[in-house]
Structure formats: structure tokens, C-alpha cells
Ligand binder design. Structure first.
Ligand code: NDP
Ligand code: 8X3
Length: 250
């Protein structure tokens, strides 16, 4: 029987690429995001390959998040694989200059949103004593870089929650792991810099990871045999050695 995966943040970047990768392998999809027009377009494109259902909600809204997941039709109700991917950085400022709205966005989306979605799905996994949860962390969850403060904190939290989930869900046979990318060329920097042209310079002068690179790794992780769990995976572009060391051709 085909598995069903729910992917948050499926409207762009890593989440969208993961939807395409999973569809190639016939995995049934529940795709989530706030931009309905994009969800519709992606659904249309992928329905040739697999069954697709879309859920349009903001992960910051716990009531809507729980309602959306409860509303799933029978054919999509059993979620075998949860990809907690929705998230972004908002701003890049020293802590003394950071915006409270940016801090709220990062903690509410990257941390609390991930918890709300997980809360809605974990009970069916524990009941079935099976399931696989992959949380998208970041190299920012492993090291703090200048002006990264709250984004790094949110991703450190994602990795701590991943570890906590793996421990607490171990008795139920549920796999839990994190995939932590370095620099990936997506809409991430457009969001971080609120459309400012500085976003265009982030991936210049070196070959950044592409969303599909991460999607292939996520598929690798979810397609291991039952006794193998990829618990924690850090992946950089070759040009990147750490959050602050990137070899650029300038
Ligand atoms: P994108 O900006 O391309 O994608 C972000 C996705 O998150 C979009 O689909 C967006 O959908 C969704 N999202 C954002 N806010 C919300 C919200 N409030 N409610 C629901 N969905 C939301 O960036 P990436 O693909 O790069 O980011 C995906 C994940 O990867 C994030 O967790 C990010 O932190 C992480 N990551 C990214 C790296 C990079 O360098 N790009 C490196 C390491 C980790 P919509 O706007 O339609 O709601
Ligand atoms: C995204 C990578 O280095 O911009 O998580 O924080 S970085």
C-alpha cells in the first residue's frame, strides 16, 4: 500500500521540491501552506503522478492547524510520514536592534507551528505504533552566527524537540530525525530580508545547495529499511565549511 506524507511549507523551496520528489515515487501527498494559488498549481502538476490533497492554513494559528488536519478526507487521514518543514528566518540583526515582530514570527512559526502540526498527527502514529517524522533543522540549529540570534535559537529548539520526540516516541516504534541544511537557494532570503535586494547577493559567488538536493536526501531518509533511522544529518554546499565560512569566487 502506498504511504501518505504530509509536508508543511510545500508552496516553495525545500517543501515544494520534496513534494515533487515524493510524487515521483508515488507517495500520496497532503501539501500545506498559506499561498492557496501555489498549492492549487502544485496539486495540478502532481496529480498526474499521485493522489494529492491540499490544506491551506497558517501554522501560527493552532485552532486552524488542528481543524485543517482533522478535516482530512478518509483517503488522506492516515499520515505515515510527517515532514515539518514550514519556517523561515525573519531579519538578520544584532540582538540589540532586532524586531519583536520578527522574533515572534520565528518562534511562532519555526517552533510553535511545528509543535501544533506534530500535536495533530502524533496521536494517530502512536495508535498505529508506526510513523516517521522528519523535522527540517538547519546548520543554524548547530551553531550560532553573528546576527542570527533568534533564528538560530528557533532552530536549536527544533533540534532539541526532535531529540525529545525521538526519545518519547521510541516505545511506539516511530522514527524521528532531523535534516539540517546549510545554505539552500530558495525563497528563504527573500523572506528573511523582506524582498530587499540584499537577498540576491546571499547565493552569489558559490554554488549553494538547491532545494532538490535536500528533497533527495529527505526521500533517502524516508526510504530506509524499517530498522534504520537517520536521526541527525547536517548537509552543507561544498563551498561552505560553517555558518560563517563560505568560499566565494569574487
Ligand atoms: P522558503 O521560503 O522557500 O519556504 C518556506 C515555506 O514555509 C513556504 O512554503 C511557506 O509557505 C512556509 N511557511 C512559512 N511561514 C508559514 C506559516 N506561518 N504557516 C504555514 N507555512 C508557512 O524557504 P526554504 O524552503 O528554504 O525553507 C524551508 C525550511 O528549511 C525552513 O524551516 C527553513 O528554516 C529551513 N532551512 C532553510 C535553509 C536555506 O538556506 N534556505 C537552510 C536550512 C534550513 P507559505 O508562505 O505559502 O505559507
Ligand atoms: C538557513 C541557513 O545559514 O541562513 O537555515 O541560517 S542560514
Amino acid at each position: 500500500m502506498k504511504k501518505t506524507a504530509l509536508i508543511t511549507g510545500a508552496t516553495s523551496g525545500i517543501g515544494e521540491a520534496t513534494a515533487y520528489e515524493f510524487a515521483k515515487h508515488g507517495i500520496h501527498l497532503v501539501l500545506c501552506g498559506r499561498r492557496l494559488n501555489r498549492l492549487n498549481t502544485i496539486q495540478k502538476a502532481l496529480e498526474r503522478l499521485t493522489n494529492v490533497h491540499i490544506l491551506n492554513f497558517d501554522v501560527r494559528d493552532k485552532t486552524k492547524t488542528l481543524q485543517a488536519i482533522e478535516s482530512l478526507p478518509n483517503a488522506f487521514q492516515n499520515i505515515d510520514i510527517l515532514i515539518n518543514n514550514a519556517g523561515n528566518a525573519h531579519g538578520l540583526d544584532p540582538i540589540n536592534e532586532g524586531s519583536i515582530d520578527d522574533w515572534d514570527a520565528m518562534m511562532d512559526i519555526n517552533v510553535k507551528g511545528l509543535l501544533y502540526v506534530s500535536k495533530a498527527i502524533i496521536p494517530q502514529m502512536t495508535a498505529r505504533q508506526s510513523g516517521h517524522i522528519i523535522n527540517i533543522g538547519s546548520s543554524a540549529g548547530k551553531e550560532v552566527y553573528p546576527k542570527g540570534n533568534v533564528y538560530c535559537a528557533s532552530k536549536h529548539a527544533v533540534l532539541a524537540i526532535t531529540e525529545g520526540m525521538r526519545i518519547d516516541l521510541n516505545p511506539f516504534g516511530i522514527k524521528v530525525g532531523a535534516i539540517s541544511p546549510g545554505l539552500v537557494e530558495t525563497e528563504f532570503s527573500q523572506v528573511r530580508f523582506k524582498g530587499d535586494e540584499v537577498a540576491d547577493s546571499v547565493y552569489k559567488g558559490f554554488k549553494a545547495l538547491q532545494a532538490n538536493d535536500i528533497a533527495e536526501i529527505i526521500y533517502f531518509a524516508i526510504s530506509r529499511p524499517p530498522h534504520v533511522n537517520i536521526a541527525d544529518l547536517l548537509v552543507f554546499p561544498t563551498a561552505q565549511a560553517s555558518s560563517t565560512i563560505v568560499k566565494k569566487n569574487v
